[in-house]
Design a protein around this ligand. Structure first.
Ligand SMILES: Cc1cc2nc3c(=O)[nH]c(=O)nc-3n(C[C@H](O)[C@H](O)[C@H](O)COP(=O)(O)OP(=O)(O)OC[C@H]3O[C@@H](n4cnc5c(N)ncnc54)[C@H](O)[C@@H]3O)c2cc1C
Length: 472
């Protein structure tokens, strides 16, 4: 521990609740490795404020002593953005004790949630007042509003509701000089220059600490219909989406799953079974919803899928018979990353290209990678309708333990080159963190890099907010 860190911790102890300063290594240890277990960090202390005032106090101490802070929510991020450096040169700033929903209103269609509120808890609170926060993803039981905002998370309902950027009405944050930016008023119109709120969304903790967020709510759904379809290829899957969209506006989830990913889930995740008896090369999980209690959404989706079957857009389809089955279908989709972790070494690439190019991209990029690196298995799954898939490459079973850093690095460069050549993004929804920073530096146009650096320097001249992340 450096002298500056020791001094900061002593002063924090004098001024904050004892629960806000944690130095027991056993309590810190579970939080210094990223969710995928690939990046291991260290931190001499974990600060856990319970209020915006406490966060401001901590940030002022950090600025005074030039000690870096790494904000952290649920630690479910996929780019190791919340993992502190391995040399112990930063303190963890856990936001999980700031977990109050300050207000929630169906009249205003707004909730103001503190940064540490877990997404599933916000879902429950909205449900209780007949409303809904329409962003969800597999980590909903652990990820937090602060983390979701700071990564501009997407998830499975982006098709209709957009990413966090379109669901955040305002942000309260402590800026690197310790001042508090309060954007929680939820004003529909506010043109006082640059939007600080929007700057903080997707900033991955590099421009300040998000302490609370005003979030847009929509009416709760009256019913949903969930279906699982077998399709020949991603091209057909996209045709199916367009076919449905032309006939209904009730589709809000549309996830592509290759047979290979489904096989992994069935092998490694207990209590899972294939929805369709026959094997299909590709599958699509569809969710359609309605807010109208009189509407029969299941009948509507069944009719449309029947017609799509007739037109040979899909090979087969089954509708979830009840909520339990609907959850079981979603579990298959949400468990892919977990199943891959059990299977072995997997490289994850969260990429986007223009939607219409994605079907060909998935197939062609997988073939190129598999041919260049014999033995690996490449495939893409996820949010096809957003032009965003998770392009994952699994190591051969005999791969050496250093596969990630050796062959893996070359594979990632190849995938990122293919994405860039296709006019896409090497990070669609997971952010840059520390895992993609070098690739951002290699591939982003100079104008983008210069702007990122200039903004960072202007707001955080001392470099105390999550150094080493996002900004090359
Ligand atoms: C099973 C699974 C499925 C997932 N599915 C999706 C998906 O479909 N779509 C998607 O977009 N993501 C997905 N993710 C990734 C992840 O859930 C999101 O990135 C989420 O937003 C991270 O929230 P968190 O609270 O865990 O943040 P953390 O992992 O703790 O932090 C993420 C980043 O935000 C910063 N940060 C956290 N809190 C604050 C704060 N209060 N102020 C400032 N900075 C902060 C951290 O420093 C870090 O840079 C998935 C993850 C898992 C494990």
């Amino acid at each position: 521990m450096t002298d500056a860190e020791t001094l900061l911790i002593e002063q924090a102890r004098q001024n904050l609740d004892p629960k806000a300063v944690i130095t027991d290594p056993k309590e810190i240890e579970p939080w210094v490795t990223d969710w995928r277990g690939r990046v291991h960090g260290a931190a001499p202390a974990m600060l856990a404020p319970a209020s915006t005032d406490e966060v401001a106090h901590i940030v002022r101490l950090a600025a005074e002593h030039r000690v870096a802070l790494v904000p952290q929510g649920g630690n479910t991020g996929m780019a190791a953005g919340a993992t502190p450096p391995a040399d112990g040169s930063a303190l963890l700033l856990s936001m999980r004790r700031m977990n109050r929903i300050r207000s929630i209103s169906s009249d205003n269609r707004l909730a103001v949630a503190e940064a540490g509120v877990v997404l599933a808890n916000l879902h429950d609170a909205a449900h209780e007042i007949g409303m809904r926060f329409p962003l969800t993803l597999g980590a909903r039981g652990s990820c937090t509003i602060g983390g979701l905002t700071s990564t501009n998370a997407g998830g499975t309902q982006v098709l209709r509701f957009g990413t966090m950027r379109s669901l955040v009405a305002g942000v309260e944050a402590v800026l690197p000089d310790g001042s508090v930016h309060n954007g929680l008023s939820g004003l529909k119109k506010d043109n006082r220059g640059y939007s600080i709120d929007q700057l903080l969304i997707g900033a991955e903790g590099t421009l300040g600490v998000v302490t609370a967020v005003a979030l847009r709510l929509v009416p709760a759904i009256a019913a949903r219909a969930v279906a699982w379809c077998g399709v020949e290829n991603p091209e057909r899957a996209l045709s199916l989406l367009r076919y449905l969209e032309a006939r209904t506006n009730s589709v809000e989830g549309f996830e592509l799953v290759p047979q290979d990913s489904l096989d992994l889930v069935l092998r490694h995740v207990p209590n899972t079974r294939a929805p369709l008896t026959a094997r299909h090369e590709w599958h699509v999980l569809i969710e359609a919803t309605t807010t109208d209690p009189e509407a029969d959404i299941s009948a509507e989706l069944e009719r449309l899928l029947g017609a799509a079957l007739q037109e040979e857009i899909i090979g087969d389809a089954v509708l979830a018979a009840n909520e339990g089955q609907a959850e079981a279908f979603w579990k298959l989709r949400d468990s892919i990353s977990e199943a891959e972790r059990v299977e072995g070494q997997t490289l994850a690439h969260d990429i986007s290209v223009p939607v219409s190019d994605m079907p060909a991209f998935i197939v062609e990029a997988a073939a190129k990678v598999e041919s260049a690196f014999p033995g690996v298995v490449a495939s893409g799954f996820g949010h096809l309708g957003d032009g965003n898939i998770h392009f994952h490459v699994r190591a051969a079973s005999h791969a050496a333990p250093d596969w990630y850093s050796e062959e893996g690095a070359n594979i990632t460069r190849m995938v990122d080159d293919l994405v860039t050549a296709a006019g896409g993004s090497i990070s669609a929804e997971h952010g840059i963190g520390q895992l993609k920073r070098d690739e951002l530096a290699r591939l982003a146009p100079p104008g983008r890099i210069n702007a990122l650096r200039a903004i960072k320097q202007a707001l955080d001249p001392l470099g105390i907010m999550n150094p080493g992340k996002l900004v090359p």
